[in-house]
Design a protein. Structure first.
Length: 210
């Protein structure tokens, strides 16, 4: 029990310190919050990926519940301007740990599904926004959706190779169906809800085909 508390506390200190660091960097160098927000998104997703191998189910769930409450408190009190956007209404920072909590709840013991869903929510979502910004689009864009789809396909294929899953007609259909479903979901989700809808659809599709 004590070891679990120490492990969870260390991760909390690490992530909260990083969020404060991002806040300081943003204010000092006047960096756009969209950029610092995506850095936080990527680091949080990368940390979650590692924790699937280091944390028990309850340690991971407890950590994510903490951050869900933490970001609600932070948003209400306007803490972390590097993460909370004022230019558009979004609750993505709150939905992100909740999305991860869903992945842990339903697929903690299936690392292929858990890591695929986490990577798509983290990497594909980030690429979609970066490409959209590159094409000067303030809203969801066709180019962003294309980047999301391609990266989702690559992520699932890499995960299949890592976990030695066969590339059969059925699994290839599942791969494409999952990528398409997640892409459509991301394109039509507003207010940061894609951090919930993407893992839900990804978990469902991968569970059906794999």
């Amino acid at each position: 029990m004590l070891l679990s508390v120490i492990k969870v506390t260390c991760v909390i200190i690490f992530l909260v310190s990083f969020y404060f660091f991002l806040d300081l960097v943003k204010k000092k160098y006047n960096i756009q919050p969209e950029r610092t927000r995506k850095l936080a998104h990527l680091l949080s997703g990368a940390t979650a990926t590692i924790l699937f191998f280091l944390f028990t189910y309850w340690e991971f769930a407890g950590l994510l519940i903490f951050f869900s409450i933490f970001f609600i408190f932070a948003k209400i009190n306007n803490v972390f301007s590097s993460i909370h956007l004022k230019s558009r209404k979004t609750f993505g920072e709150i939905f992100f740990p909740l999305g991860l909590l869903l992945i842990v709840f339903f697929s903690y013991h299936n690392k292929f599904i858990a890591l695929s869903a986490t990577a798509i929510m983290t990497i594909s979502d980030t690429l979609a926004e970066i490409v959209g910004i590159y094409f000067n689009s303030k809203k969801k864009s066709l180019a962003g959706s294309a980047a999301f789809f391609v990266s989702a396909v690559i992520i699932i294929a890499i995960m299949m190779a890592i976990f030695h899953l066969p590339f059969t007609l059925l699994t290839l259909i599942g791969l494409l169906a999952t990528a398409i479903s997640a892409t459509i979901t991301e394109a039509f989700s507003k207010f940061g809800l894609d951090n919930l809808t993407i893992p839900i659809l990804t978990l469902l599709m991968l569970s059906l085909f794999f």
